[in-house]
Write a protein that binds this ligand. Structure first.
Ligand code: NDP
Length: 498
């Protein structure tokens, strides 16, 4: 019996008047659950509940809010295996990565809980005597969290952990491809005991429900992860209300392989970076830029290793790569493979949808490698699938120029044992993240995460202490305990030199 979910607001699941949609396993086609498309009235009701909880939630001492986050982390830890299997069944990443997805939410909730006892402001000297100046963080109000399907527990975990500890009620809209992961995550928050209204989950299409959340006057910040075009639309809509927006919009991330790189280490990194999550991470390694002196040996090894990867049902522990997440993703990836062939890129391995037997039910594509050059579409556009483009560079400067030539700037990496290239690349690569001797994926929650260029505006960062910026504003407080009117800039003239 397929479970029929409702909408979560005011501390419980509600039946919806909206039409329903299925969520399916991308490896088998099996229907996992059904969800409602929230109607405009239901979106309004969810946001009203969030708004209604704000006063009480913001006044709940931050360390107490932190205790609830810790409790949610404990519950997720207890249910990690079950949640990990839901991630893998609904999204298609291999089970080790499904568990990792959940672990990331556990880690961030644990980290953010501690922020409840820090959330530091500043005390700043006044220019006048007997006066004190300080800054405190204020929660912005109810916030909208719009999330994609590729990290269906981790990304909601990052966004909600920061919002909740800051004192903001959340209105969460998961991707329509992964609402079951969203619902299981919300069940953990509910079990942890967040007060009614503080957690809301609304399902339905981005263009209706997502748009409705972003545009609603009571939503005071939006955190969005997804595609560039949607992100730009969200940015414009939020700008009309003058609210904060965090945008994380993907990348065309490169690993640079210098001629002194350790080949084994490089290959391990490239396999994980390019084909982990079937290449559907915003930080996935989409380009490998190789020094011409080692190009042939790197390509030889790469093709051998990629061809050996086992593709199949991601719940099978022995499988290296699962399906892509949906029919649309599959279509897009196969189209890019055709574009590569038409533009004359050399297909080195893969390039096909897997067919026959169990493969016919899933969106399974071979790990694919093309040799291309910097002018081609495969070298510039985000594919978001298991397709790696290899490019040849003359030297370090040429490799960096290629790496920086795309419109994105999320993650980057260099493999080298030469300190000159390692340290120069940290400054030279136009990206929010640079790895040395590790692939472009593998972010840790205690550090800022985000990019530059069309990956998104640089004024917000998820994770780390910087995550609070998305959901708080600074209030400046002046306390004058002199007992008389003191005028800044005017009375100070008398004070100089006594
Ligand atoms: P989208 O950007 O369309 O979806 C991301 C989220 O935004 C989903 O929850 C979606 O809802 C919602 N959304 C869609 N339209 C609107 C809107 N007008 N207002 C508010 N929210 C909206 O990405 P796709 O899933 O369609 O993937 C397309 C491409 O985007 C991928 O191939 C990849 O290139 C990129 N992408 C990047 C990600 C990253 O990590 N940076 C993650 C996912 C995708 P719904 O889908 O339910 O309609």
């Amino acid at each position: 019996m397929v479970q029929e979910y409702g909408l979560f607001f005011n501390g419980k699941w509600h039946k919806s008047e909206g039409k329903r949609f299925d969520t399916r396993n991308p490896a088998t086609g099996e229907v996992l659950a059904t969800f409602p498309m929230a109607t405009p009235a239901e979106v309004a009701a969810g946001i009203k509940a969030a708004k209604g909880s704000f006063e009480k939630w913001r006044k709940t001492p931050a360390p107490r809010r932190g205790e609830l986050l810790l409790e949610a982390a404990r519950i997720m830890k207890q249910k990690k295996e079950e949640l990990g299997r839901v991630v893998t069944s609904e999204m298609g990443k291999v089970i080790a990565e499904g568990r990792g997805d959940v672990q990331e939410a556990i880690d961030f909730y644990t980290y953010a809980a501690g922020e409840g006892r820090r959330m530091f402001g500043e005390t700043v000297p006044s220019e006048l005597p007997n006066k004190m100046c300080l800054t405190v963080r204020m929660p912005v109000g109810p916030v909208g969290l719009i999330t994609p399907w590729n990290f269906p527990v981790a990304i909601p975990g990052w966004k909600s952990g920061a919002a909740l500890i800051a004192g903001c009620p959340i209105v969460f809209k998961p991707s329509s491809l992964t609402p079951l992961c969203g619902a299981k995550f919300v069940d953990c928050l509910d079990e942890a005991g967040f007060p009614p209204g503080v957690v809301t989950m609304l399902t339905g299409s981005g263009s209706n429900v997502g748009d409705g959340i972003v545009a609603h006057p009571d939503i005071r910040a939006v955190s969005f992860t997804g595609g560039v075009d949607t992100g730009k639309h969200v940015y414009e809509s939020a700008a009309k209300k003058m609210i904060k927006v965090g945008l994380e919009l993907g990348g065309k991330n490169a690993i640079i392989a210098m001629d002194d790189a350790n080949l084994d280490l490089l290959m391990d990194g490239v396999m994980f970076g390019a084909f982990g999550t079937a290449g559907q991470r915003c930080t996935a390694t989409s380009r490998l830029i190789v020094h011409e002196r080692v190009y042939d040996s790197v390509v030889g090894e790469l093709v051998e290793r990629a061809a050996k990867l086992k593709v199949g049902n991601p719940l099978d522990e022995k499988v290296d790569m699962g399906p892509v997440a949906s029919a649309d993703q599959e279509k897009k990836v196969l189209e890019y493979i055709e574009i590569g062939k038409k533009e004359g890129d050399k297909l080195l391995t893969g390039g096909n949808k897997l067919r026959g037997g169990v493969y016919d039910r899933g969106f399974l594509i071979q790990p694919t490698v093309f040799a291309t050059d910097r002018k081609k579409r495969l070298a510039n556009e985000e594919i978001f699938g298991p397709v790696l483009s290899v490019l040849k560079a003359k030297d370090y400067e040429d490799a960096v120029a290629i790496a920086n030539s795309v419109k994105y700037g999320l993650s980057s990496s260099i493999y080298t044992n030469d300190l000159r290239w390692a340290f120069r690349s940290m400054q030279d690569l136009e990206a929010g993240i640079t790895y040395v001797n590790a692939p472009t994926i593998g972010a840790e929650v205690q550090l800022p995460f985000g990019g530059t260029k069309e990956t998104g505006p640089t004024d917000t960062r998820e994770a780390g202490t910087t995550a609070l910026e998305e959901f708080t504003y600074w209030k400046t407080i002046y306390v004058d305990y002199s007992g008389r009117l003191q005028k800044a800039q005017i009375d100070t003239a008398k004070l100089v030199g006594g």
